[in-house]
Design a protein around this ligand. Sequence first.
Ligand SMILES: [Zn+2]
Length: 502
Amino acid sequence: MGGPPGPRAQARVRRARPALRGGRPSDGRRGVTTVHDTRLSGGRVFLHGSGLADVDLLIKDGLVSGIVSRDSDAEAREVVQLDGKLVLPGAIDPHVHLGKDIRVPKDPDDARLETASAAAGGITSMLVYLMSGEPYDTVVPGAQAVMEQDSYVDFGFHIVVGSDAHVHDIPAYIREFGISSFKFFMNFKGDEGKYLGLPGNDDGYMYDVLGTAADNGAMINPHPENIELVWKLKNRPIDESRGPLSAWNQSRPSFVEAEAVQRVAYMAQITGASVYAVHTSSQLALEAMQRQRRSYENLFVETCTQYLTLTTGADCGTYGKVNPPIRERADLESLWIGMADGSVDTVGSDHNARHRVNKEKDIWTASAGFPGTGGVLPLTLSEGLRRGVPLERLVDATSTRSAKLFGMYPQKGTIRVGSDADIAVVDLDSSYVINAATQHSGAEYTPWEGTEVPLSVVHTLVRGQFALRDGQLAQETTGRFLRRERSGAAALAAAEHEGEPS
Ligand SMILES: [Zn+2]
């Protein structure tokens, strides 16, 4: 005995006695029998409110059509034996960038390779940021068409607003495209946004963006960085002896992030907006959000897998350059405390398929960002279980909470009768080593190269279809566009109305 319990023991949460529903083999009339498409048999199924349950899942027409006892005689055209593996709601990556220019997916590879990475890691839905200086009227349909051709997973979009015209069009984007979450870059002062074709903004612009979102049931996902402090600190001497990631962290210290996040959170309260702090990387930024949350509840926190698993001491070199930077051990530990107590709502990847030729440079000239969607579920789940974070909270952070905050619940983010059959099947008894090949991304590297993960994703089902089966990707892709009419507080209120399965 002694030492922390392994993932397997930790995952053995309360033995559930779930209400078994659906999947009756007969409707009572003679000769009329429902034949389901698929039966996932012998798994331990995560059910909200009751934890892991020894039940079988039935799937028909892409939906969960029954949750039945293992001795039920419900019929299915195919029975898949799971031998005690975990059956979780498919993970949702709320933070992805696609496209060679990081703005918009354009080529078939942008969708196919990067969503393959996601599906191989148990992701069944992703939310992709679209960035353009132009109106989005043609940008959205173009991106949607590219994704629908080649996406393994379901997908929605966030829109980056940078001009007054964009803010004016927020109600139309919600109405026409079902896009209800909007990012803006607090650091785009002066010419800082020029590379994306976006004009400079200020706190008056932020006030307009937040007010418009509040009036329309939308949420704002600000990039929080005080660029004036970054400019000021630029010429400060940096100690490069502690490695490239430490140097990058010194150049953009965490108070730069924390100051910006507390400012936008304060303005959220003034305007009544919902604000979702993307890629929270530091103890200071998390504490700033916690302080603001004491007086105003519609504030939400995302972190990313890299801030939960990497520190400036990691040996991935410039592959690990990202904004905000990889931080110190104390930051990582405080984010895990936030994961456990729920003050961190969600985990995303900030996936960005920058090719390795742009990364194999010194820390000052390498591009920022790296691919990570494939690691969100395996890394968060394995590290979280090792640390004793309850499975319920890990499922919430990697799936349910994103579904609720971004207007996808209960279609997504839960296993219940009538929900999309989006499923990740995880084997706690097998391990794998992360490398560029396991990640499938066009970027051709991963900052987690060589990391051994003590579990593996075996199957990923998107609306009942295997995107990944026995660890192998399907040939066909089936991802569809997700309309999301509301986000933030408005979406949470609607999710509440749906209640939990009885
Ligand atoms: Zn991002």
